[in-house]
Ligand binder design. Structure first.
Ligand SMILES: Nc1ncnc2c1ncn2[C@@H]1O[C@H](COP(=O)(O)OP(=O)(O)OP(=O)(O)O)[C@@H](O)[C@H]1O
Ligand SMILES: [Mg+2]
Length: 253
């Protein structure tokens, strides 16, 4: 059974950066593991961070199935939707990627959503790990498109406001029906003294810190140059920080 890992937090705190570096570290540390990365953020850019080209999101492909004329003659709609879902998977040697995309048109489009849930549950179990870059509202987790979470990383930037909002994400998670087994707080873009100055705010969230990721000039440089974070060198401070977070979380145990 796959281990489900989710990364959550408010906009712009560093979720995608952490997710990309986590994936990088996972495939470097354990050769041969299979990982499904899921970009559940409507403003999807995990593909870019991983250096993968995404041609269509699940939302776009499902949108196409709304038009009865698009369905090949004689093909049951369910088969057509499943075929479309399979088209959305970007496959590479170590990591496959699914991009959810933005919300579909007005109203509930529950039928594909149920199929999407089943699809993710089915393919999820073909992998050792499913790693989800979540959106701030945890939509896919609360709607159970993502079946369960074994390990959740709540990300905050180095501001007091960011930590308070991580506290609210924690509240949200506690209110979810689906169980989250292990919860960790990560503070990103830290510099000297950040953790000490935020310690009271952190305590109030009720979350325990598994580590911080320092502000890394190389992350800024790669971001500006549009280079995949997946290609950051071994000795980059952010890469080292994610390595120790991964070890502390005991993800491979
Ligand atoms: N450790 C770091 N050092 C330097 N810059 C960082 C670091 N982590 C993130 N950033 C920068 O902060 C910005 C936001 O990061 P990122 O895209 O990872 O956040 P996010 O939470 O995924 O945002 P969104 O909610 O928009 O998806 C980016 O410009 C990124 O390069
Ligand atoms: Mg992001």
């Amino acid at each position: 059974m796959a281990k489900y890992i989710a990364v959550a937090g408010k906009g712009g705190v560093g979720k995608t950066t952490f997710t990309a570096l986590l994936l990088r570290q996972m495939v470097h540390q354990k050769r041969g593991i299979s990982v499904l990365a899921v970009d559940a953020d409507p403003n999807a850019n995990l593909g870019e961070a991983l250096g993968l080209t995404v041609t269509a999101t699940i939302s776009e492909l499902l949108e196409q199935t709304k038009d009865p004329k698009a369905i090949p003659e004689g093909m049951p709609k369910q088969i057509f939707i499943e075929y479309k879902l399979q088209q959305s998977l970007v496959e590479t040697k170590d990591i496959d990627l699914l991009v959810m995309g933005g919300p579909q048109g007005a109203g509930c489009y529950c039928y594909p959503n149920d199929l999407l849930r089943k699809y993710i549950e089915n393919i999820g179990d073909n992998y050792d790990f499913v790693v989800v870059d979540s959106e701030a509202g945890l939509e896919h987790i609360s709607r159970r498109t993502i079946p369960r979470i074994d390990e959740m990383f709540v990300v905050s930037d180095s501001s007091a406001r960011g930590i308070r909002s991580a506290g609210r994400v924690h509240e949200l998670i506690r209110g979810l029906k689906s169980a989250v087994s292990n919860l960790h707080l990560i503070v990103t873009k830290t510099s000297e003294g950040t953790m000490e100055s935020l310690s009271e705010e952190i305590e109030r969230t009720g979350l325990s810190v598994i580590g911080d990721i320092p502000l890394d000039p190389l992350v800024v440089e790669y971001d500006l140059a549009g280079k995949p974070l997946f290609d950051l060198p071994e000795d980059a401070v952010s890469v080292k920080a994610v390595e120790s977070i991964l070890n502390r979380a005991g993800i491979f145990n």
